[in-house]
Design a protein around this ligand. Structure first.
Ligand code: SAM
Length: 261
């Protein structure tokens, strides 16, 4: 999957799940409205813009290894007229960290499981946060599902992807509570948001399904059966998915709220 494909998927994820992301920002147990926020692994800004909306006096530093994602985020900040409240920083968080200006809230959504050593990253977050500051870890167990049962094809592709990711990305779907405690945090809350959008005719859901299933295909093409690969290719061909009116979105997000005590 190219950076552009991932960016498109992240934008669609942000659009389709906007109200759920807003619900998570509203749930965060902050002692006072944060003034300095860091969005770690910000991507194209799903969290950055939700946080700017929910905390209207805050500034956000969006950090990501991808120059392309951050350029997209910056274009959106300009278009929304919030560029005076956003700073983008290109950095590989597995290497030396940039100066992050003692944030009182760090938000890390679907990014920590990509880090080479997530507990080391959590310790780094602990050391940059202001005393009493909050880390919000938002993670998902896997990619969303879109299709009706359909002969179990989507289930089999997810099972194959899960098997592959178990060795490549072992912390995806992990319980972050014990790791947060190991890194010195006090976990003040945990919440799972379950998303079920049924029989959607929204064009965004169709495009979200298409980009996500394309990504799934890339992950599993060489390990699923020839019949399943042919069925998946048929689904992805000729905008077939975009014409369907029976797509759903089923996914889950879990958030851990951890305080630097
Ligand atoms: C699944 S995306 C999530 C993006 C965004 N937080 C969201 O919720 O839409 C993961 C992001 O983490 C970034 N990332 C992965 N490894 C990284 C690293 N070592 N340093 C900085 N960013 C990283 C990727 O470039 C990508 O933008």
């Amino acid at each position: 999957m190219t950076n552009t494909d991932q960016a498109e998927m992240l934008d669609l994820d942000a659009e389709v799940l906007a109200e759920h992301t807003a619900a998570i920002t509203a749930w965060l147990p902050v002692a006072a409205p944060p003034r300095r926020i860091v969005d770690l692994g910000a991507g194209t800004g799903a969290g950055t813009f939700a946080l700017l909306t929910h905390f209207p006096t805050a500034e956000v530093i969006a950090v990501d290894a991808s120059t392309e994602h951050l350029a997209r985020l910056w274009e959106k900040a300009l278009a929304a007229g919030v560029d005076d409240r956003v700073r983008t920083v290109v950095a590989d968080l597995d290497d030396a960290w940039p100066d992050l200006d003692r944030p009182d809230l760090v938000w890390a959504s679907a990014s920590l499981h990509h880090m080479a050593d997530p507990v080391r990253t959590l310790r780094q977050v602990h050391s940059v946060l202001a005393p009493g500051g909050l880390l919000a870890v938002v993670e998902l167990a896997g990619l969303p599902r879109f299709l009706p049962a359909l002969d179990g094809l989507e289930d089999r592709c997810h099972a194959a992807s899960h098997h592959r990711h178990a060795s490549h990305v072992p912390h995806r779907g992990a319980d972050w509570g014990p790791m947060l405690v190991d890194a010195g945090f006090r976990v003040d809350g945990q919440r799972t948001i379950t998303v079920h959008i049924e029989q959607s005719r929204s064009p965004a859901v169709g495009r979200y399904a298409l980009t996500t299933l394309r990504r799934l295909r890339t992950a599993v093409a060489d390990i699923i059966s020839a019949d399943d690969l042919a069925a998946l290719d048929e689904l992805l061909a000729d905008d077939n998915l975009l014409r369907r009116d029976d797509l759903a979105v089923h996914t889950e997000r879990t958030v851990w709220a951890a305080v630097r005590s």
